[in-house]
Design a protein around this ligand. Structure first.
Ligand code: ADP
Ligand code: MG
Length: 359
């Protein structure tokens, strides 16, 4: 068992409040990703869990034990950083075994663990090399190996792929996913990259300005974002946001007009008032080219990007709103074309004036 519970965590550095009332549970064996823009407090939260930072308020439990006052090295946690922090003068073998040696583990046991980790990470043939003689991806694997040999209860990863080039990032990402299955480990992984979060996580925690915006499985966040921030952060290209106005409310049926005067009708449990502002969100991949009479939106094409499997139409609506439509295959549209776009009503999100999703 290695589950983690955070209760009402606040963290301030002097007068600067970095984390506000963070609550969450990480279950045993779960792969949890903290995602959010740079500076939102991801590393601080990870360091709080590791015990490298003291909380200002709140409680941290590991396996139901309150660990607020427990030293980092006694929390059963291993951390892998973005900068691999390998010892340059030591071989891969020594880098991986050093920590165990300090802890005075038996020599044969150390050797067994290092060789097992090297085998798991396909590093066996590099055990005698120094970090300078390895590629970025191999160095990152050594850093992970150094964590594995300690047999921690929980692995913490802080943006471990940021220093790798795009191709290697994808490859290493898949290796980390496989590793999670192989080790059956509890992992908390920090990234600012929503694609990494979507592909790796069992559960994503979206952070923004030191607060938890939403917790959920990747597709829950994609299909049902709780608010504008999550809607805009998860998904690529970003969700389009349009200015809507409530034009009629009949019971729970709400009609919202879109920039070009057409309207959509949604069901909303606690509808707002007529004339209330609402933001209408439609993902680029949910916009469909339509005949003029069927279109919800009329847009002028500014730029077309053809990526082979898909084309992105960068367009402007009559009220000046910039939107992106993702259309399958190679688009024949060109700059200056007028296109009509629609979307299935169940793919349309509506957010109230306070930014939360209307359900
Ligand atoms: P992230 O990892 O999401 O990019 P961090 O957790 O590193 O964000 O930082 C969150 C905020 O806390 C930032 O505004 C940062 O400047 C501030 N911060 C982090 N560490 C310290 C510190 N030791 N002293 C003062 N401010 C800090
Ligand atoms: Mg960070």
């Amino acid at each position: 068992m290695s589950d983690i519970q955070l209760k009402n965590i606040d963290k301030a550095f002097g007068k600067v409040e970095v984390l506000h009332d963070v609550n969450m549970t990480v279950n045993d064996g779960e792969f949890v990703v903290f995602v959010g823009p740079s500076g939102c407090g991801k590393s601080t939260l990870l360091r709080v869990i590791a015990g490298l930072e003291k909380v200002t308020a709140g409680e941290i439990f590991i396996d139901n034990e309150l660990v607020n006052d427990i030293q980092p090295r006694e929390r059963g946690i291993a951390m892998v950083f973005q900068s691999y922090a390998l010892y340059p003068h030591m071989t891969v073998y020594k880098n991986m075994s050093f920590g165990l040696k300090l802890k005075k583990h038996d020599k044969q046991e150390i050797d067994r663990r290092v060789r097992h980790a090297a085998d798991t990470l396909q590093l066996t043939e590099y055990l005698n090399r120094r970090p300078a003689e390895l590629s970025g991806g191999q160095r990152q694997r050594v850093a992970i190996g150094r964590a594995i040999v300690r047999k921690p209860k929980v692995f913490l990863f802080d943006e471990p792929l940021s220093n790798l080039d795009a191709a290697l990032r994808v490859q290493t990402r898949i290796e980390i996913a496989k590793l999670h299955k192989k080790l059956d480990a509890t992992i908390i992984y920090v990234t600012h990259d929503q694609v990494e979060a979507m592909t790796l996580a069992d559960k994503i925690v979206v952070l923004h300005d030191g607060r938890v915006e939403q917790v959920g499985a990747p597709l829950e966040l994609y299909n049902a974002p709780a608010n504008l921030f999550v809607a805009g952060f998860i998904g690529s290209p970003k969700m389009n946001f349009l200015k809507g106005v409530v034009t009629s409310v009949k019971g729970t049926t709400v009609e919202i007009s879109l920039p070009d005067g057409k309207a959509i009708t949604i069901e909303h449990k606690t509808p707002g008032n007529e004339n209330a502002q609402a933001t209408v969100g439609i993902r680029p991949e949910h916009l469909i080219l339509a005949k003029p009479e069927d279109g919800l939106l009329k847009a002028e094409v500014d730029v077309v990007e053809r990526l082979g499997d898909v084309s992105y139409l960068y367009c402007t609506l009559s009220d000046g709103t910039a939107i992106i439509a993702s259309t399958p295959g190679t688009s024949l549209a060109t700059t200056g074309d007028i296109v009509h776009l629609t979307a299935r009503i169940e793919k349309i999100h509506v957010f109230g004036p306070d930014g939360t999703t209307w359900k």
